[in-house]
Ligand binder design. Structure first.
Ligand SMILES: [Zn+2]
Length: 412
């Protein structure tokens, strides 16, 4: 069986300049065996399920590089009294002992389906591990991972509780072996919450290296000028010959460094092949809270990272929880913030929430040409800029050539 998308316009992203890339179309696309098999003027065949794509713009499906599905949709239950990162962490830690596998699984599934309805076909979620939560979150997200496999790929990062390094980290380290044995996909942690942040980064790089696992660290999520964990991570990736993919999420402090420091760190990240994930929603919410004059935006040094050739992806991070009480799980919202607060072009912003994120996750790029993976978003819009601006809810989503939204008979 195959699917024929008739009369679509295909977005052509320009990711290396200021001019918009434009569109081509109307054209037809045939999807078969998980891929685009033909693009052009295509007469329907007997095997085709025909979809009228008139008025839709076809884009590579977005992907979400940084979610916290175990925390999603708790904003009305868990109140962050100071509004900043430490207030969110304290409120969350007090609440999470009450969590059950069922509660986490149900909220995470709702969050995934919000994302799928917005076009997301691949998610990377962190999940708390350690004292007070044990492996409960991991067990819940692994159930979700299996249950949603037909509509979305889900990768799970084990977010090891802080502190991690030294004698003070023994309680949190105690859960790591069991989490890895349980099939954890990716090693995660938060070095800047450790008194010995360099020691913490080294421990996590060596842990992931020993077990052949990928790495995704919450990195420099603060506005301290001496926070340079991205540089430490990049140095350690090279020093230890780390062979898996390494990702640094947030990198907020890099945004307040001098231009010379930004350039030095960005070039090291590029040389080490470390991807950076910027998370405008949560960091605009958390950073500079209570700073009355000239508050920093909380985004990383996007221009320096792009100039150095770093793979920069964009994510939504927290979905209506104490770390960010709003957000609608829509990559168009993330892309819009990257245009407004990060000053990216719409084309570069959309690339960050789609193919750049797929690169973080080790997924093949979607090119909208024959033989491309058929992970596609069709959205009512005439250009990428308009798609981001209006964020129409009129969307059709395909994962591996199969329509996953709106749900049809046979959809999960
Ligand atoms: Zn996070």
């Amino acid at each position: 069986m195959s699917t024929l998308l008739q009369g679509a316009n295909l977005a052509q992203l320009n990711t290396s300049g200021l001019e918009p890339g434009g569109t081509i179309g109307p054209v037809d696309l045939r999807l078969e065996g998980g891929r685009i098999t033909a693009v052009g003027s295509l007469p329907p065949s007997a095997q085709d399920t025909v979809v009228d794509a008139t008025g839709y713009l076809v884009l590579p499906a977005p992907a979400e590089p940084h979610a916290h599905l175990d925390k999603a949709l708790t904003a009305d239950l868990v109140v962050n009294k100071t509004g900043d990162l430490m207030g969110a962490i304290q409120a969350w830690i007090a609440h999470r002992e009450t969590l059950t596998v069922t509660d986490i699984r149900d909220r995470a599934t709702r969050a995934i389906m919000i994302g799928v309805s917005n076009g997301v076909t691949a998610f990377r979620s962190h999940v708390d591990l350690g004292k007070g939560i044990g492996l409960t979150g991991l067990e819940a997200l692994q159930q979700v991972q299996a249950a949603v496999a037909d509509v979305a790929k889900l990768e799970i990062v084990g977010l090891i509780g802080s502190p991690i390094a030294g004698p003070a980290g023994a309680d949190n380290r105690a859960f790591i072996g069991d989490a890895i044995a349980a099939g954890l996909d990716i090693v995660g942690g938060v070095p800047h919450l450790d008194e010995d942040s360099d020691g913490c980064t080294r421990f996590l790089v060596e842990l992931a290296g020993t077990h052949g696992l990928r790495l995704d660290l919450h990195t420099d999520e603060n506005l301290r000028p001496n926070s340079l964990d991205l540089e430490t991570l990049s140095d350690l990736v090279i020093e230890t010959g780390f062979e898996q993919s390494a990702t640094a999420s947030h990198c907020v402090a890099l945004g307040i460094q001098s231009e010379a420091t930004q350039q030095r760190v960005a070039e090291k990240a590029a040389a080490a092949g470390v991807s950076v994930v910027t998370l405008p929603q949560t960091n605009l919410f958390l950073q500079s809270r209570g700073v009355p004059v000239a508050p920093a935006r909380g985004l990383t040094a996007l221009a320096a990272l792009h100039a150095a050739g770093v793979n920069v992806a964009g994510g939504a991070d927290n979905l209506q929880d104490p770390f960010c009480t709003v957000g609608r799980g829509d990559p168009m919202e993330t892309a819009s913030l990257l245009v407004m607060a990060g000053h990216l072009t719409p084309d570069v912003a959309y690339d960050a929430v789609s193919n750049r994120t797929r690169q973080v996750m080790g997924l093949e790029a979607v090119t909208l040409e024959a033989d491309s993976p058929a992970d596609l978003l069709l959205i009512k819009a005439s250009t990428v800029r308009e798609a981001i601006a209006l964020a129409s809810a009129d969307r059709i989503v395909f994962k591996a050539g199969r329509q996953v939204w709106p749900q049809t008979n046979g959809s999960a």
